[in-house]
Design a protein around this ligand. Structure first.
Ligand code: PLP
Length: 367
């Protein structure tokens, strides 16, 4: 008989997942309910209501998809674009690239608008890329580069197009106002600033986008038309509930309790906590003589990118952080894999003590 492998208690300061809020961990320990149990349906309703608050939306179709953020991305495109539909996609990092791949697989005619990595998107250039796209898509917080883009500005320029926004790394960490900014379809992830383990993709779609959706998308699992009944879209909530797939009830309880914890603190206070922690970290890194990668003025507090100093072995430093200090940070993405580190202070980790811990460990290792 083999004994269970002990799991080290890491500090997850990479690009995600983050260490979950204790309340979200406690949520995992609740008794597992059946997916049509009235008590579970009440938890689901409550979760969707709290998701509306963190998204900044009144959309009735706001739900946790039973999969990770990438499935949120797939759901956004597979339900809105089909063969020949024009999708204008802003690319300033890895996740914009992924959007292009996903949209192309749906058969869309992808018009990509490339930007330098480390820079925010240029909303005017994106809006000018095509006269009548069906969708325009952009990443709010590019995790590959640590850059925030102005989605509100893109929303003002979108014209008749539907605006798809990736909020995987922004939700629960920095201001997000889906309705005010003109976001028609948004997807996110549970594992970053929401401070919940990986496995769910908070998703929202407004009436305008739902009315223009692909009626019979090639994905059965992510068909939003079918998923309506799963979260009880009908006004007679519980009576209208239908089986679509087995909801991951334990994970949804965890998301529920994580969201309740965030809203108890208050969203503005949570955003301010992320801002403070990120500021301490970024300031401290510069004081150590390190250079930040993301453009000034657009740096995410929750995800800092820093250049690996000349002559330093990026992987060796990450390995020493992990083995000696139990701290995980991320490598760079794409072409910057070995020249940039990515340091996340998300959700429960968005605190001054976490920022100071990383700075102390890095100062020790870099000497
Ligand atoms: N979009 C962004 C901005 C991300 O940071 C990530 C994950 O890091 C994803 C999409 C994909 O999410 P997941 O890895 O949960 O599938």
């Amino acid at each position: 008989m083999t004994s269970p492998t002990p799991t080290p208690d890491r500090r997850l300061f990479g690009p995600g997942p983050s260490n979950p809020y204790p309340e979200a961990v406690a949520g995992l320990n609740r008794p597992i309910l059946g997916h049509l149990d009235p008590d579970f349906l009440a938890i689901m309703d409550d979760t969707c209501a709290m998701l509306r608050t963190v998204w900044g939306t009144e959309n009735s179709r706001t739900l946790p998809l039973s999969a990770t953020g990438s499935a949120g991305m797939e759901a956004a495109f597979v339900n809105t674009v089909g063969p020949g539909d024009v999708a204008v996609i802003a690319v300033n990092g890895l996740f914009g690239e992924r959007m292009c791949d996903v949209a192309a697989r749906c058969g869309a005619d992808v018009v990509r608008v490339d930007h330098d990595w480390g820079q925010p998107i240029d909303p005017q250039r994106v809006a000018d890329a095509h006269p009548s796209p069906k969708v325009i898509a952009a990443v709010h917080a590019e995790t590959s580069t640590g850059v925030r883009s102005d989605i509100a500005a893109l929303g003002r320029l979108k014209g008749d197009a539907l605006l798809i926004t990736d909020a995987v790394t922004s939700i629960g960490g920095i201001e997000l106002a889906a309705d005010d900014w003109g976001i028609d379809v948004g997807y996110a992830g549970s594992q970053k600033c929401l401070g919940v383990p990986p496995g769910l993709a908070p998703f929202t779609i407004n009436d305008r986008a739902f009315a223009r959706r692909i009626e019979h998308p090639q994905s059965w699992y992510l068909d939003l038309g079918l998923l309506g009944g799963y979260v009880g879209e009908a006004s007679a909530r519980h009576a209208g509930r239908t089986y679509h797939h087995t909801a991951p009830t334990g994970m949804i309880a965890s998301l529920h309790d994580g969201l309740a914890r965030i809203l108890a603190e208050g969203l503005p206070a949570v955003w301010a906590r992320h801002a403070e922690a990120g500021h301490i970290l970024q300031d401290g890194l510069e004081k150590l003589g390190l250079e930040l990668f993301a453009a000034q003025g657009f740096r995410l507090p929750e995800l800092t990118t820093v250049k690996v100093p000349e002559g330093v072995d990026s992987a060796a430093v990450r390995s020493e952080l992990l083995t000696r200090y139990n701290i995980e940070i991320g490598a760079g993405a794409g072409a910057y894999a070995s020249t940039v580190w990515r340091i996340g202070l998300m959700g429960h980790n968005a605190r001054p003590d976490a920022a100071l811990l990383i700075l102390a460990a890095l100062a020790e290792i870099l000497g």
